[in-house]
Design a binder for this molecule. Sequence first.
Ligand code: HEC
Length: 381
Amino acid sequence: MRRFATVVLTTAAVCAQDPPAAAKIDFEKQIAPILVARCVACHGEKEQKGDLRLDAKAHLFVEGKNDEWLVQPGKPDDSDLLRRLGLAPDDEDIMPAKGEPLSKEQQQLFRQWISEGAEWPATADAWITQELAAQVLPKITFELPVIDDAAKAAIDKAVTALRERGAVVQQVAADTEAIDVNLSLLRDKVGDADVALLTPLADRLVWLNVSRTAVTDAAAKNLASLTQLRRLHAANTQLTDATFTALSGLQHLEYVNAYGTGLADGGLAKLVALPKLERLYAWQTKVTAEGAKLAREQSAKLQLDLGDYVEQRMVQAQKEIEERAARSKPVNDTCPVADKPIDPAHTIDHEGQRIAFCCAKCKAAFQKDPAKFLAKLPAKK
Ligand code: HEC
């Protein structure tokens, strides 16, 4: 239930900020959130209904199968995906197959995106991966300290104050007193003073989301007092190592999202030393490759996500291009038949090597009896 509510709010927040139709669609901000919220449950890693995945570019735009793409860049009216979004609600082919149809505005975003060429940047793949990972719920049992009635009353008071500020405060699940506070929807209306409101909750607050808010390192001490914290979302804030270093007392912390913050190697080392930390997002921070290497050596169970798979993927793609180019280059400069300079127009592939000749006649002579000329070729690598 809770997850659903959060997702809907997120989507609404995104839509409220849509630029006027003239502005170019930003796939990561406007389309990917809809895919994550409304499509990936059936078209993702776990289920691929209709053999379709929508959680990474490569699945929708299968290389070499352009004719079959369900989204035809530049051609919204030839894009089956868009057609399905706009079907009548009782049509059995309508997508999403469950729940409300996408609003007219959302359908329009898809249409504009496709018209503009259906760009899907590599960074959006990483964003989707991260978003999906963040939705996975951890175990719902928490061992929390015993507290007296006075402390309970103080918590209730603090919860009321936070709700009045517009924070989303809720129990993590029905059978626990553990509390989840989400301040991220208030964006920059939330600052260090709001974090101070959290301290009475310390014995019950297990999940906290301050992503995209205006919190600064001035809140470090208050954040560090939240000793029961399991998850901390602090993405895209101004927090720096001053804060992350101060969190070294949070013995229960399992998950930290520090994407787009000032986290650096010093703070990383402190976080990695936390006994329970399993997952840390440090994409677009000051963490260096060396710092990340040390962290990975320090903790075997930590999943440290630097978003570097985006880079790795690009490096891999570049390597493949180079390898392909290398393979298409002849291994010899001199014709093995006539000892003259080669003409790349006359080549053959022989036992995995590309061999060039000076003319068609030499090529034919080679093909008739390759063994006769092989000794003249450069030694195989
Ligand atoms: C509740 C599950 C569910 C959800 C959510 C869902 N789909 Fe589907 N989708 C299906 C099923 C089942 C099929 C296969 C049957 C069919 O083709 O109608 C399918 C098929 C498709 C196809 C056709 C695939 C092909 O190979 O022709 C497209 C396109 C599609 N979905 C797009 C979407 C989009 C876009 C969303 C989100 C806006 C979405 N779906 C959400 C269940 C779902």
